[in-house]
Design a protein around this ligand. Structure first.
Ligand SMILES: NC(=O)c1ccc[n+]([C@@H]2O[C@H](COP(=O)([O-])OP(=O)(O)OC[C@H]3O[C@@H](n4cnc5c(N)ncnc54)[C@H](O)[C@@H]3O)[C@@H](O)[C@H]2O)c1
Length: 468
């Protein structure tokens, strides 16, 4: 029953939040009646969730005053995709000067986030950045320094925390039904559609994405930090590239004009998606950004399988893995306490006793338009205390909009509506840093074949009790 209550409360709309619980962003919202918002990085996430979704749902509290992209074609197009009547820029500094925003949203390629975060903070602006906050330790330290010196706030869009299933797990852990938490098993499976999609474009290059230990796993490491409620201390990892990249007998230039479409199970016809054709294909001439690159190109230098061990300051230990060519998309997570275990999973066909069309599932995952659709399925959470029978709890299955989290997060940021203050879901610079530091430490551990301490990386000292 608690889960149903939780679900209902997640969708409360209206009503002022108590200022006691106002997040950094919500406090910022209080400053002026309407925020002057400018966005840098007019790609799919920028134009959809942080673009059109904001314009359609928050225009009473925000004014879009500028959009910037290094690609002039995408910069121009973004105004109509977002539905904002504002100027488009190709230079960020010019946008800050001309559009005079008070809130900057950063949705560029991961390795460039630091530049815009720091410039915004240096001007005393509030900044929202997409995850991962950044991709290496030097940039992370520079962001920490800028945040300390700025009167502006940095909000990191760690939306998985707001997902209904993940919030429920946090609530269960807070209740200590299984006694003191001692270890976590967390395994994430990307299917041959979603997993492969990261190898088609910039994510496949470590220089741009920092590897999937940053780009993808930053979400998972953040969930772990938040669930465990302590800071990571030491990381030991393994990783390799064995499926994608040069690991194939044939390769083409790109899917669209590939001579191997008949024999390649990963052939992806981007021409069927008008929006992607408009956003990327029509603007290739400006920067050579190919959205449907060959998965087998030799330049790919990220890992496609990763295993990470993490020790926390409160002594909890984690076994995490990320797989990018699974036949199905999903995860399994189990929390082991001194007195029992809580576990859940998603998408495992044999457990759900149903086959799912993985291509369709991926199409829904990519749909950034829908933010909290309840499906007919349920999530099951199983709790079993030692020497007692198991208890099964079901909660409504919401998968779109990142487990329903996107909408809850934007209501919190832009309206100050904090649906579940006791869960502490808003993420600031320290949360952003701790989530990427695990990925950076894991990458270093793989490269240098040794355990890496979090304290080696920046001046942040891990704390036994996490503080966001
Ligand atoms: N939180 C989530 O669930 C979620 C989901 C999707 C994407 N993201 C994040 O959003 C960001 C964007 O992802 P995407 O899928 O939209 O990528 P994308 O490639 O579609 O968009 C990135 C855009 O940034 C632009 N860009 C790159 N470098 C730039 C620079 N120096 N100056 C200005 N513009 C620049 C590119 O031209 C492109 O238009 C990434 O950081 C990604 O991790 C988060």
């Amino acid at each position: 029953m608690a889960s149903e209550n939780l679900n209902r409360r997640e969708f409360i709309v209206g009503g002022a939040a108590s200022s006691l619980f106002l997040s950094a962003a919500a406090r910022a919202v209080e400053k002026t009646a309407k925020r002057r918002v400018a966005l840098v990085g007019a790609g799919i996430r920028g134009t959809s969730y942080w673009g059109r979704h904001l314009v359609e749902n928050y225009s009473d509290v925000i004014d879009y005053v500028g959009v910037c992209d290094i690609n002039p074609g995408r910069a121009g197009l973004s105004r109509s995709l977002i539905g904002a009547d504002c100027p488009a820029f190709t230079d960020f500094d010019t946008m800050l000067e001309t559009a005079a925003p008070d809130l900057v949203i950063v949705t560029t390629v991961d390795s460039t986030h630091d530049e815009f975060i720091i410039k915004g903070l240096k001007q005393g602006l509030d900044v929202i950045t997409e995850k991962p906050m950044t991709t290496d330790e030097a940039k992370c330290q520079a962001i920490l320094n800028a945040a300390r010196a700025s009167s502006g706030r940095l909000i990191v869009g760690l939306n998985y925390r707001y997902g209904i299933i993940f919030s429920r797990l946090r609530e269960l852990l807070q209740s200590e039904q299984i006694g003191r938490l001692t270890s976590v098993d967390f395994h994430w499976y990307l299917n041959t559609y979603h997993g492969a999609s990261y190898f088609r474009r910039w994510h496949g290059l470590r220089e741009k994405s920092g590897t999937l230990l940053l780009h993808k796993a930053a979400h998972h490491f953040d969930l772990l930090n938040w669930w465990i409620d302590s800071d990571p201390v030491e990381v030991h990892a393994y990783g390799a590239l064995e499926k994608y990249g040069a690991n194939n007998a044939f390769r083409g230039k790109r899917c669209m004009d590939c001579p191997h479409t008949g024999e390649c199970q990963f052939f992806w016809d981007m021409r069927k998606d008008d929006r992607l054709m408009q956003l990327y294909h029509a603007n290739e001439s400006y920067d050579g950004y190919i959205r449907d690159n060959c998965l087998w190109r030799a330049e790919i230098d990220i890992f496609d399988k990763m295993a990470v061990q993490i020790r926390y300051a409160n002594n909890v230990q984690v076994s995490y893995s990320l797989t990018t060519y699974s036949p199905y998309e999903g995860y399994r997570v189990a929390f082991n306490g001194l007195n029992g275990r809580v576990e859940t999973w998603e998408g495992v066909p044999s457990l759900d006793a149903q086959q799912v069309d993985q291509a369709q599932l991926h199409a829904r995952e990519m749909d950034q338009g829908s933010h909290a659709e309840v499906e007919r399925k349920v999530h099951e959470i199983v709790t079993q205390r030692n020497f007692e029978p198991f208890q099964r709890e079901t909660i409504p299955f919401v998968r779109s909009g990142h487990w329903g989290g996107d909408k809850i997060m934007s209501d919190e940021i832009f309206r100050g509506q904090i649906a579940r203050p006791e869960l502490g879901r808003s993420a600031g610079v320290r949360d952003g840093a701790m989530s990427v530091l695990i990925g950076i430490a894991a990458r270093k551990s793989i490269d240098e074949q040794r355990p890496v301490k979090i304290s080696e990386l920046t001046d942040l000292e891990p704390r036994r009790a996490r503080r966001g």
